[in-house]
Design a protein. Structure first.
Length: 384
């Protein structure tokens, strides 16, 4: 009944970075662009606990690029995507971005993954003045200004509030929170406790899960002792998979609810039937339901690249790349980073075919407030 109710290159940068004057000069140059090409940089996890997110980004972004370049690119330039692995380690993300900026190998950045990772690089981006579209984080702490950053997805704060409102509306009071023990998880915990307080609910248990899951047994013991009616999952990536399995065995029948980044597409495949019944928020339309023009375009682009699996992560990356390409189109045939910033900020009520992006001309730039709710079946798709 509850389920039905819920549905509706880093090491070489050190010496260069030790010379502030050199770097200021390098950062003043607008690299990553020639008369025929324009390169977009990205640092993301292609290995480690969030590797699934990186793979989704790669597939979705490259599908969008293939379609864009197949139609002549943007003002005659072919768009290129330079994605570098950081293993979800903030220092590696920082090194990767410093290298891209210092070597002038990227005109703009797209969808670097992770709250702690983006926290580390945003000061560099503001200093360098490089446009950055669609960080893969919904952390509200990273949405307090900045002239160079253009978020696309809705915030984690809004996602968590939507989940809590639904759980409270179902009459559930004994709600626990399991959160990842890093900057992302701790901020999610704050969002959760604040949203629960708005419903006059206090978390029945709070448990911090290590990013590598090494303390899973202790976390499960805490959850089992509290016997909650529902558990909010403020986790992400590989750690979520064993957590879900463990909670289902330890507290049978408990309702689990998470935000859009709780499980990657790989994680859903690994869970199989164990993922059935998990409630999640979506910041993109359902990628498997071709009810909107956006989803139809996305599916066609993915099939053209030989991909038959449609996921929220790859749809988000597809959308993000199209938003950046739209900004480049509006920036004109002789783009600069300043022109691209102005063009992105000027995007108002742009309907991509059932998904609207609107930057309203002022920072903090957040393009979408789209949030939907769904419950997963055993195949990792949404019911209803």
């Amino acid at each position: 009944m509850q389920r039905r109710q819920f549905v509706t290159l880093a090491s070489h940068t050190t010496a260069a970075l030790a010379a502030p004057v050199f770097m200021r000069n390098a950062w003043a140059q607008e690299g990553g662009i020639t008369g025929k090409t324009l390169t977009i940089g990205c640092s993301a996890a292609l290995s480690g606990p969030l590797a699934g997110f990186g793979q989704d980004i790669k597939q979705g972004a490259e599908a969008a690029l293939a379609h864009i370049n197949g139609r002549g690119g943007v003002h005659g330039r072919t768009l290129q995507f330079n994605m570098v692995d950081d293993g979800y380690m903030p220092q590696r993300t920082t090194d990767n971005v410093k290298q891209m900026i210092g070597q002038g190998s990227a005109f703009a950045l797209l969808s670097c993954v992770g709250t702690p990772n983006n926290t580390a690089i945003l000061p560099l981006i503001e200093e360098a003045g490089i446009p950055y579209v669609a960080p893969l984080t919904g952390a509200s702490s990273l949405r307090k200004g900045g002239r160079n950053v253009f978020h696309v997805r809705a915030s984690y704060t809004d996602e968590v509030r939507r989940l809590v409102q639904r759980l409270a509306g179902m009459g559930l009071k004994g709600i626990g929170v399991v959160y990842l023990d890093n900057g992302y998880g701790r901020e999610m915990l704050e969002d959760a406790t604040r949203s629960l307080a708005e419903q006059n609910i206090k978390p029945i248990v709070q448990a911090a899960l290590a990013t590598d899951g090494k303390n899973l047994a202790d976390v499960l013991a805490k959850v089992a002792e509290a016997r909650p009616a529902a558990v909010l999952l403020a986790t992400a990536g590989a750690a979520s998979v064993e957590l879900v399995r463990g909670v289902k065995k330890t507290v049978p029948g408990v309702l689990m609810a998470g935000v859009s980044v709780t499980l990657t597409s790989d994680g859903l495949k690994q869970l199989g039937d164990a993922g059935s019944g998990i409630a999640v928020t979506m910041v993109m339309p359902d990628p498997n339901r071709a009810k909107t023009q956006l989803v139809r375009d996305y599916q066609a682009a993915m099939r053209a690249k030989g991909h038959q699996d449609f996921t929220l992560g790859s749809l988000e990356a597809y959308v993000n790349m199209r938003v950046l390409a739209e900004g480049l189109e509006r920036a004109g045939s002789d783009p600069s980073r300043a022109k691209l910033r102005t063009a992105l900020a000027g995007i108002r009520n742009w309907d991509m075919g059932g998904f609207v992006v609107d930057y309203s001309g002022q920072s903090p730039y957040v393009g979408s407030r789209f949030i939907d709710l769904g419950v997963l079946n055993g195949a990792g798709r949404f019911l209803g």
